[in-house]
Every structure is written in C-alpha cells, then in structure tokens.
Design a protein around this ligand. Structure first.
Ligand SMILES: Nc1ncnc2c1ncn2[C@@H]1O[C@H](COP(=O)(O)OP(=O)(O)OP(=O)(O)O)[C@@H](O)[C@H]1O
Ligand SMILES: [Mg+2]
Length: 246
C-alpha cells in the first residue's frame, strides 16, 4: 500500500462548509475525520450524486495525476486549475509510498481512469512512450479499455478509477477483477468508484459506502446495490411495475 489516509490539514479546512463540494456529506466527513485506507483495494460505492467522483478526482489531483485521466509525473492537460477539494486534500503516504514518491517525478506512478474521458485520453496518448503500444483506436470501446488496464497495471503505483465498468461486459468486468486483485497483491493501490456488484466483490477489497450519512465501511453482502441487483435479477417485475405504465 502507498497511501494510508486522505485528509484535509487544519489550516486548509473551509470555515463554512455550505459551498460545493464541502456541502456534499462525504466531503464534509472527509474534512472532519479524513478517510483511512486499510486495504490495497478500496471501492467507493453509492448513489448517483453521492460524491464518489468528487473524491476520486481530488485524490488524483492530490497525488499529482491530472484529473482528466493520466499518469503521475506527466502533465496531460496543462494549466487546468485543481478542483476545490483537490486544492486542499492531502494524502498521507505509507513508508513504501514515501519511498516511491521520493523518486524522481518521472518515476512516480499514478494513474487516473475515468470512463467519461478515458477514451479520448487513450487516443491522445496511444503511441506515447510509457503508455501502450497497441493501437486502441482500432479496438472496440471495451477491448480498448481492457488493453489499457492490462498494460497500465504492470507497475506499483496509485490507481484511481471512476466507474471503469462503464464499457465492460460481464466477462470483461470479471477480467478486470482479476487484474485489480493482482495489482493489489503486487504492492500497488487502487481506489475505485463503482456501481458494479462484480467489481465490488473483488476478494480482499475494502468497500466504503457513500451517501447522506457521509461514508462508512461495509461489506459486499450489506450493500444496497447488491440487494437491488439480486432482487431485480430474481424478478424484474418487482421493480418494473413501479416505473412502467402497464
Ligand atoms: N463542478 C461542480 N459544481 C457544483 N456541483 C457539482 C460539481 N460537480 C459535481 N457537483 C455535485 O456534487 C455532487 C456529487 O457529484 P459526484 O459527481 O461526485 O457524484 P457521484 O457519486 O460521482 O455520482 P455518479 O454515480 O452519478 O457518478 C452532486 O450533487 C453533483 O451535482
Ligand atoms: Mg461519478
């Protein structure tokens, strides 16, 4: 593991928490208590708008990875201001993390992959040294993603992901689970926002549920997301009768 905790130092805390993003409950909790990472893989799970992307993006900025998606130590988009949370959040390194971070800027390994912008990012960097050799423009969306994942996931670093499942089939999600687990075992760290019950089931991962309460650690079995999927797959009509006319 590389990062032990995300927190906002006393002198950088907002005086009034009523402006975005400090009005979002999970951000307010981050300000008050910080977020401790206990496992190499952490999933952030919660409803639309609960604040997952806000957190992941800010962590990426705090680590020095461009929030549009990219690699640490390499400026992908220049002169883009940080998000308000990215400006103030700090990541507390583990001993190993400090060693890795102590190296040259070029050696700092950190990646941020967000579904919304990753495809453009893949095109922009394909062929650049240190990224991947295969031409992802000639692949399907999902194939390109898996290629990027498996190429990227070769070295220890901090991997921040925002709904990487968006382009992936069931089978591809399973492959991603395998890739992530190996990554965690190799000394890297993953923080991943997801709506996928497949990804959230990655063995050994910590699940942080985000919502009106702020955030709390939970188990896969207790996730609302899992419960809803289970019941929907068992009988879609239980849900559909509430949203369709007939
Ligand atoms: N730039 C912004 N300015 C103001 N409010 C914002 C901004 N970006 C996001 N928000 C708000 O902050 C809250 C958290 O948004 P965020 O994108 O982090 O949610 P999320 O958990 O990632 O949701 P989803 O599952 O839909 O991706 C939402 O209420 C959203 O409307
Ligand atoms: Mg989001």
């Amino acid at each position: 593991m590389l990062v032990r905790r995300a927190y906002i130092p006393e002198h950088l805390r907002p005086h009034q928490g009523d402006e975005w993003p400090f009005s979002v409950p999970c951000v307010a909790e981050l300000v008050d208590h910080g977020l401790t990472f206990t496992r190499p893989i952490t999933f952030l799970v919660g409803e639309n708008g609960s604040g997952k992307s806000t957190l992941v993006e800010a962590f990426a900025e705090a680590y020095g990875v461009d929030a549009r998606g990219g690699r640490a130590g390499r400026k992908y988009v220049n002169d883009r201001p940080k998000t308000p949370l990215g400006e103030v959040v700090r990541l507390e390194s583990t001993g190993e993390g400090a060693r890795v971070r102590g190296g040259s800027r070029r050696k700092q390994k950190g990646y941020f992959l967000r579904a919304e912008t990753a495809f453009g990012f893949m095109e922009a960097v394909s062929g650049m040294y240190g990224y991947w050799d295969e031409n992802t423009a000639e692949m399907s969306h999902g194939e390109g993603f898996l290629t990027v994942f498996s190429e990227m996931f070769r070295e220890p670093g901090l991997y921040l992901m925002d709904e990487p499942e968006a382009a992936l089939s069931f089978t591809s999600c399973l492959r991603l689970v395998g890739l992530m687990q190996r990554l965690g075992e190799s000394g890297a760290q993953v923080v991943c926002a997801t709506h996928s019950p497949i990804l959230a089931a990655t063995p050994g991962a910590e699940i942080v549920e985000i919502g009106e309460h702020g955030f709390r650690t939970t188990s896969w079995e207790k996730l609302d997301l899992v419960d809803h999927w289970r019941r929907y797959l068992n009988d879609p009509n239980v849900y559909l009768r509430h949203v369709t006319e007939s």
